[in-house]
Write a protein that binds this ligand. Structure first.
Ligand code: PLP
Length: 395
């Protein structure tokens, strides 16, 4: 009989969103006259912008004509999109060759697939609280995981030190769930650490477009030395509303070599074996994001989410509650009042004011006692949720 990958038995049940769904369902069954204010969702609520929709339509029309039809796309991405993304980086003074950019179907796919580049005996460092996929993808591969806790004392932005011994370093900035963003100086410490140890940083920049402070880095490649040790994984999901359309990109500089193996060349080999490219139509829509028109339109949508963040932050400021995030990220990470646990606070908000958020404990043990609000909901719901939170917690 075949032996399945027994590491799947080591996975913890992904109970976080399941539990939230169960609890909200039970509440609505018991209280059919109530409606919920959902501040927990990680999905966007605004549609794709006009520039993207127009390009998607053009892509569909191209597929209807013999002259413009596209079959299989290049496995690593359409040259027009790889170039558009390289130009986007150039605006931030990061020089990339188009063939250092790999077009993907989204960051989740890449975060799992990229582990093909590393030996199973390598160790993965996960800074917690963290996006759960980092841990799960490594458990599935049977890799040893080093959990690095963070907390209020370091603003949820821990620094490397000699006690840490890991080969793959996950850094998510702006962070999901805390919304914390590493400064240039802090990232430089991680880059120096990785170069010294020969580790590789997997930099998750899914929320870079939400950064508004000019001095904060959007890309790890703004940091000197990163080209020798970092891979950056990005997504158009939150930046441009592609959660259902699916498009992302991964940057692997040609300068990363370990044990005589070049990671960029290995990834070309991987993609040409394991994928047949991303749909032409979707890549055409994605390229529109990087036009001046597309940038203006996506930033109008981001501004709506940012205003949601402002509304929630003002409520927490008024209440004197500690939080981080919100300013340069679409998530607000707050301390639960009165020493409530994450799930106690979840129940309290659900039962008293019908506001649904995400318990911090679901992102790692050090998230206990904290709570995440997403700002991707509608402005109307956010205003009402903030009003209810203020009224409840003022008591
Ligand atoms: N990385 C982080 C930190 C995320 O929060 C998410 C989605 O919520 C992803 C990656 C996945 O993005 P995608 O939709 O491109 O798979």
């Amino acid at each position: 009989m075949i032996t399945p990958n027994m590491h799947y038995a080591d996975l913890k049940d992904s109970y976080l969103f399941y539990n939230i769904a169960q609890k909200t369902k039970a509440y609505l069954e018991a209280n059919p006259d109530k409606r919920l204010y959902r501040m927990g969702i990680g999905d966007v609520s605004l549609p794709l912008c006009d520039a993207v929709i127009k390009a998607l339509h053009e892509g569909v029309d191209d597929q209807a004509t013999k002259d413009n039809f596209h079959g299989y796309m290049p496995e690593c991405g359409a040259p027009f999109l790889r170039e558009a993304i390289a130009n986007y980086y150039a605006e931030r003074k990061v020089t990339l060759a188009p063939d250092e950019v790999f077009v993907s179907s989204g960051a989740s796919d890449e975060l799992g697939d990229i582990l093909d580049l590393f030996d199973r005996s390598s160790t993965a460092l996960v800074i917690e609280p963290a996006y759960p996929a980092y841990v799960d993808a490594n458990v599935m591969a049977g890799r040893r995981i080093v959990h690095l806790s963070s907390g209020e004392e370091n603003g949820f932005l821990p620094m490397p030190d000699d006690s840490i011994d890991a080969d793959i370093l996950y850094i998510c900035s702006p962070n999901n769930p805390t919304g914390a963003v590493f400064s240039r100086e802090q990232l430089k410490c991680w880059v120096d650490y990785a170069n010294e140890k020969g580790s590789v940083i997997l930099f998750d920049a899914a929320y870079e477009a939400f950064i508004e402070d000019n001095e904060l880095p959007h890309s790890i490649f703004e940091i000197e030395g990163a080209r020798k040790c970092a891979i950056e994984i990005c997504s158009l999901s939150k930046t441009a509303g592609f959660t259902g359309t699916r498009l992302g990109y991964t940057v692997i500089p040609k300068d990363i070599t370990r044990n005589g193996m070049n990671l960029n060349s290995m990834w070309v080999r991987n993609r040409t074996t394991k994928t047949n490219g991303v749909s032409y139509i979707i890549q055409k829509g994605g390229a529109a994001v990087f036009t001046p028109e597309g940038q203006e339109q996506i930033h109008k949508n981001i501004a709506i989410y940012k205003n949601n963040a402002k509304v929630l932050m003002e409520a927490l400021d008024e209440l004197g509650i500690w939080y981080c995030g919100g300013k340069n990220a679409p998530y607000i990470w707050m301390k639960c009042p009165d020493n409530m646990s994450s799930w106690e606070f979840f129940d309290y908000l659900l039962n008293e004011i019908q506001v649904v958020g995400t318990p911090g404990e679901g992102f790692g043990a050090c998230g206990e006692g904290y709570f995440r609000f997403s700002t991707f909901g509608s402005p109307e719901d956010t205003v009402e949720a903030a009003r209810r939170i203020k009224e409840l917690l003022k008591k």
